[in-house]
Design a protein around this ligand. Structure first.
Ligand SMILES: *Cc1c(COP(=O)(O)O)cnc(C)c1O
Length: 377
């Protein structure tokens, strides 16, 4: 038997057909037919004000940091338990990162701790919907409003997920998505910036197009295009957006399958949780589950290491996740460094199981059997 991988990129059908079509149209640079179709898809389906495809979520976060007008010395609050890009984008603009802890029972940013982290230098709060499960957005938006802060949703993992019936990525002033091959909807590398607060739209289009007003020029709003602002090369080529569009056409099917897998795991491990051997992902009242990640929280680091080794020996690739950023070598100098118990706890104890479209019911039964074997149940 071959190793069951942690992830396997899924081609839903028309990806290469649309890529060939993009090539045949003779325009393979960015902002063409398929870029527009993808952006329109999100604007129509989720009511997002304006979407701009980018080459990655990392790039979209960098655009967000420019749009938030982050200056050296400004402070940005974000969870420690996240991917480096959530922080890096703001560090690149000279921001000082102020890390927030997770909830005791969920990796998301603990909104009750936010106000204590705000100073007169705070400019923005970046929230990360871990595993596609919504942060407490009403409270977060209220705090931001009170202190005049910009909220960026790092919705990299949160496609097709909701907070109190509002789509994630449509709540913060700005939001970012990822279509990296490890996410639910993929294009190899890829991302998107969502501009919900319209005061940022014009500038976002300029930053997106290397600091020029080319987008407005193509719409016929100006008779020449010029250098207007800072910017960079944030557009994906049509060869990538065509791939993405094929995925979006199959979003519902992909989501149905991933939720099937997620629920299979959840039901299988319920007895383990009832016995106190593992913790299952917390289901939150205000949030839907888009089945981006299935994780377990084990009793301690040692048990998790033995668990991963046991599964590997039985040909199942399970993986841990983030190393809390406040403990990283790069942040060692950060003056604000202090213990963030829950983020460190998830660093040590959280483990993710294989979750990808082509995982069969037989694979699932096998993986669950191996997990139960570890706990002798
Ligand atoms: C995947 C991910 C990113 C980075 O996405 P890229 O498209 O690879 O740049 C950023 N933040 C979070 C929370 C992610 O999960």
């Amino acid at each position: 038997m071959e190793m069951i991988p942690f992830n396997k990129p899924y081609l839903s059908g028309k990806e290469t057909e649309y890529m060939v079509d993009a090539v045949n149209t003779g325009k393979i640079s960015g902002n063409g037919k398929y870029t527009k179709l993808c952006q329109q898809f999100f604007e129509d389906k989720y009511g997002f004000n304006r979407c701009l495809l980018t080459t990655s979520c990392t790039d979209a976060l960098e655009m967000a940091a420019i749009l938030a007008n982050i200056q050296p010395g400004d402070e940005v609050i974000l969870p420690s338990y996240t991917f480096v890009s959530s922080a890096n984008a703001f560090v690149l603009r000279g921001a000082k990162i102020v890390f927030a802890d997770s909830y005791p029972n969920h990796p998301n940013i603990d909104h009750t701790k936010l106000e204590g982290l705000i100073s007169d230098k705070t400019k923005a709060i970046v929230v990360v919907h871990y595993s596609g499960v919504a942060c407490e957005m009403d409270a977060i938006m209220d705090i931001a409003k009170k202190h005049n802060l910009i909220v960026v949703e790092d919705a990299a993992q949160a496609v097709d997920s909701y907070y109190k019936s509002k789509p994630l990525g449509g709540i913060g002033h700005l939001a970012t998505f990822s279509f990296h091959e490890t996410k639910n909807i993929i294009s190899g590398e890829g991302g998107m910036l969502v501009i919900n607060d319209d005061r940022f739209t014009k500038r976002a289009e300029i930053i997106w197009e290397k600091g020029t007003n080319r987008t407005a020029f193509f719409r016929g709003e100006t008779d020449k295009y010029s250098w207007m602002d800072i910017g960079s090369s944030f557009l994906p080529p049509e060869t990538v957006s065509s791939f993405l569009y094929a995925q979006l056409e199959n979003l519902e099917d992909i989501q149905r399958k991933r939720i099937h897998i997620w629920e299979w795991y959840y039901n299988s491990f319920k007895p383990l949780a009832d016995k106190g051997l593992v913790k299952l992902p917390e289901l939150l009242d205000h949030a839907t589950n888009n089945a981006h990640i299935f994780y377990l929280v084990l009793p301690d680091l040692d048990t998790r290491s033995r668990f991963i080794t046991h599964l590997k020996a039985n040909k199942v690739h399970a993986v841990f996740h983030y190393i809390a950023l406040h403990t990283s070598p790069f942040m060692e100098e950060n003056e604000n460094r202090s213990a963030l118990t829950h983020a460190e706890d998830f660093t040590d104890r959280l483990v993710r199981l294989p979750l990808f479209y082509e995982l069969t019911d037989a694979d699932l039964a096998y993986i669950c059997e191996q997990v139960h074997a570890f706990f002798n149940t």
